[in-house]
Each structure stands twice: as C-alpha cells, then as structure tokens.
Design a protein around this ligand. Sequence first.
Ligand code: SF4
Ligand code: SF4
Length: 390
Amino acid sequence: MAGIKRIRNKGLDDPFIVDDHTFERFSQVNDVFSRSMWDDRVRDDRSDTFFATYRRPLTKWRKANGFTQRDYAIRNASWHVADIFAEMFEAHDRRDGFLDPLSMLRDGASEQVDVGPPDQASRELKQVSEVFGADLIGITEFDERWIYTERYSAADKAAKPNELPDGLTHVVVIGQEMNDSLIKTAPSALSGTATGLGYSMDSAVLLGMAQYIRNLGYQAIASMNDTALAIPLAMQAGLGEYGRHGLVISPELGPRFRIGKIFTDMPLASDTPIEFGVEAFCNQCDRCADKCPAKAIPHGEPDWQPVNISSIKGVKKWSVDGEKCFSYWSKINSDCAVCVRVCPYTRDYGKARNRAWRWLAGTRFRGLAMKIHDATGGSDRLKSNDWWTG
Ligand code: SF4
Ligand code: SF4
C-alpha cells in the first residue's frame, strides 16, 4: 500500500506499521491524564475525587471487598516513593516522572570514561541494571517519532516545551514487574498497589542507573510517563510484542510490568525487536476486549483509526479508548488492571508448565493454549479478602 513504510531495524521489522503521510508525533497535552486537568470531556467531579484518593485514602466509600480503608492504605503507600519525586518540585511546575523527567540532583563526571566497544558498554550497563533491581532491560536507538512534541504544564493547563539536550543517541528501556497476586484482585484499590509499587521501583532504579551513566561522563535523562511514548520504545528495545490491550507483552512477565526509560549519548549496542507469536494469538483471542468493564479495548484487526485525540495518528495498531478507560477508573476510584489479569500471557514463567504454555501459544496450536488457560482458571479473580488472608 502506497505510503506505508515498514521500517527495518537491523534487519527486523519495525514493531509498528507507520504511515509517513498521516503520522503525527504525539503531544502529551492530549494524553488522557493531562486531559483530565483541562478537557471537560474527561474531567469531572468524579475524576477530581479519583486523584484526591491517592493523597487521602478513602475510609468509608464502599464496604466492597478490595475498596476498604485497608486497601486504599496499602495502595497509597505503594505510590509514596513515586509521589515524593512527583511532588518534590511542584512549586516549579514540575511533576517528575509524569510530566517531566526525574530531576538529577547531583552532577555527573566532567570527563567521559572510555566505555569500550558498544557491545561491551551495553553488557556492562545491563549488569548494573540487574544489581540495581531492573527486571527487564533493552536498548534501542533514539527515535524522534516517539518523543512528545510538547509536555503538559499542570500549573498553566497548557503546553510547555519538551526540551531535550542535543546529541542523544540511545534509549535504555527498563521494565519493573508488577506483583502477580495483587493483579489477580483487579479491579480493586488493592490491585492498584501493584501499579504504585511498579512506579516507585521504576523511579529508584532509573535514578540510580541514570546517575551511573552520568558518573561515566555521559548524558542521562531518566523518564517514566514523561517525555516520550514508552510502548514503541520498549518494543524497539526488544522487551516484547504489542497486545490487543495496548500493552507490551514480554516473554518473561507477560503484560505485567511498568516501563521506564533513560535517554543517553553513551555509545551502546542496540537490541532488536522480538516476536514470539503474540500478534497471531491476539488475533484469535478477545479476552481483554470481552472482559474490559469500560468496553475500551477493540475487537477485530489492528487498524489506522485513532479513537479520539488521545490516540496517535498514522500508526496501524489496536487502539484502546483512553477516555472510556479513565472514566471507569474515576468510577471505581482506583486504576483498573482487568486487562492485565485476564490476559493469558499473565502467568509465572518461573514455572516450567507456564514456559511450556508460552511455547504452545506461539505455535499453530494456540487455540489449545487458550482452552488450557480457560480450563485452569487462568483469568480468575482473587477476592481481595483472600489476598489479605494469604
Ligand atoms: S485498565 Fe480496565 S478499563 Fe482500562 S482498558 Fe484495561 S480493562 Fe479496560
Ligand atoms: S487477553 Fe488475549 S487478546 Fe488481549 S492482549 Fe492478552 S492475549 Fe491478546
């Protein structure tokens, strides 16, 4: 089809099909969380309450399993570290990790260390990431397509420049595991603990790794939800494949991880995208679309149609309706991870039987893998009270 470019990255297909004629870089102003501050189509009393519950745990909102004060207490505590960074420079119109990169408070070295050939530098950086606590890591080239055209200023309720230094060449992408047993209780305030811990761990690991790179004399911008779209960078860095629910599915953790990234000019060797049968599986599986309480996940094939202004234009993919998704979050006063819970790829790959399932899911017997998943109650919800009693 004319105008459609499937970009080659070291001989492997670009994970997304991008149409050069209709593609437009994304502005963070149109991200649904930014819109919840400026756009009346997303913002309402419920969404204001939703955000407020992260600072002041609800005590008597609902008696329902998973939404008691105890559940909000643990959820909010899990966010505490990420919140400290996010709120540290709010007076300067910064929300570190969400609307702005994480602030680096200590200078790096003024002279660059010779880190050797790129392969060696990447290997050493991966070793450092492991001891610092990163669960997944991949490296890709700096790709301007996924950099936000603008950041969002919460103070001005308007766009502000997305400034990055010159000379950045690579993006180090990390993944932080989200706790399996907590995810099984979704939707609940309790399951939001997995999200909060993912962000808090992400902040700590990113800051440590970025400072290490700076101590070698190179630039390092540590970023979570700010600065750039994480999903395409994670796929290009080889962390996993794109799923119908709009999340990256990795062979090690399925979709159960949060993504962080570091932009750098350190001379590194890049990883390549991977493929293990997820797209073919999602083409046959609709579990996330069927079970999404907001009906925000599409059925059918990937397409070019943006759902609303919170979708990127000119990329062929499954696009989740962020407005519907966020509206449901506001309704239940917590983030929802039902799509992660019901995804058959959400399983513990430390177990041989689950590695065997992953292999089967990547073959033409994927239908059998789905049947096994359903027959063994793979998507079942764990009651929050049962989580608390162990
Ligand atoms: S988080 Fe919940 S509401 Fe949003 S897409 Fe996933 S299942 Fe649907
Ligand atoms: S639930 Fe099924 S369709 Fe949805 S992302 Fe997972 S494997 Fe794909």
